[in-house]
Design a protein around this ligand. Structure first.
Ligand code: ADP
Length: 238
């Protein structure tokens, strides 16, 4: 089964295309890395796959359904750590419950509390369930956002550099949590990453982009000198 099918996709904010000529099929349960230089359109592509940005041309289908007709619960999204809002006056458990109900509520049902606590436990975050978000470290906050995503059991998980900006120990365990979610739930994972080593070791497919699709296929082929040169040789990238 193809989880994500992208055909002739181009995306723009104004008139000029940010990224164009995207064509790829992602089989269900695969783990895919999106790699490219800063400003190459990676986050824009994730937002388009989430349905937040409409394509300029082309189309996207998820499990054979047009993206505009799918059940939004199929998709989960974890944004870049630097964009996570820690000033919001809520505790970790409240944030996870909001993922379950897709809204904030002052009253939490007992059954929701149990489910959310299990999700926090699964990412090693149970001990700080009652902490205010403002008091959490970057790595702790990222775990809570992962729990908020996992609790809905999305079939496709989109992550934007989930382990960037946290320390190495934390990075390793966040990568492990994502890999476990992939294996245990047969979920499709699409992750933007700067970490070529993690992409090489953990994923089955790599999409290289630089304003357009450079390569889509196995990590072995993706990380060849020729493909990396094509992807990163511009604007002073070394
Ligand atoms: P990446 O994630 O690869 O760093 P982005 O997808 O964030 O790249 O950005 C791709 C290009 O689109 C950049 O040139 C960026 O300046 C531009 N861009 C991103 N967001 C917007 C926006 N909301 N409006 C206009 N241009 C944008």
């Amino acid at each position: 089964m193809i989880a994500v099918s992208v055909n002739n996709l181009s995306i723009s904010y104004n008139t000029e295309a940010v990224v164009s000529n995207l064509n790829f099929d992602i089989p269900e349960a695969s783990y895919v890395a999106i790699v490219g230089p800063n400003g190459s359109g990676k986050t824009t592509l994730l937002k388009t796959l989430l349905g937040i940005i409409k394509p300029k041309t082309g189309n996207i289908s998820l499990f054979g359904e047009d993206i505009n007709k799918i059940n939004p619960l199929w998709l989960g999204y974890v944004p870049q750590i630097k964009t996570l809002d820690r000033s919001f006056p809520a505790t970790a458990i409240e944030l996870v419950v909001s993922g379950l109900n897709r809204k904030w509520s002052s009253f939490i049902k007992k059954s929701d509390l149990k489910t959310a606590m299990e999700a926090l436990e699964s990412v090693g975050a149970k001990s700080f369930a009652r902490e205010q978000l403002a008091n959490l470290s970057g790595g702790q906050l990222q775990r809570v956002y992962l729990a908020r995503c996992f609790v809905r059991k999305p079939k496709i998980l989109l992550l934007d550099e989930p382990a960037t900006g946290v320390d190495l120990v934390c990075e390793t365990s966040i990568n492990k949590l994502i890999e476990n979610y992939n294996k245990e739930n047969n979920a499709t994972i699409i992750m933007v990453t700067h970490d070529w080593s993690a992409a090489y070791h953990h994923t089955q497919l790599v999409l290289l982009i630089n304003k357009e699709q450079v390569f889509f296929g196995s990590p072995d082929e993706a990380f060849s000198d020729v493909n990396l040169q094509k992807t990163f040789s511009h604007l002073g990238h070394n």
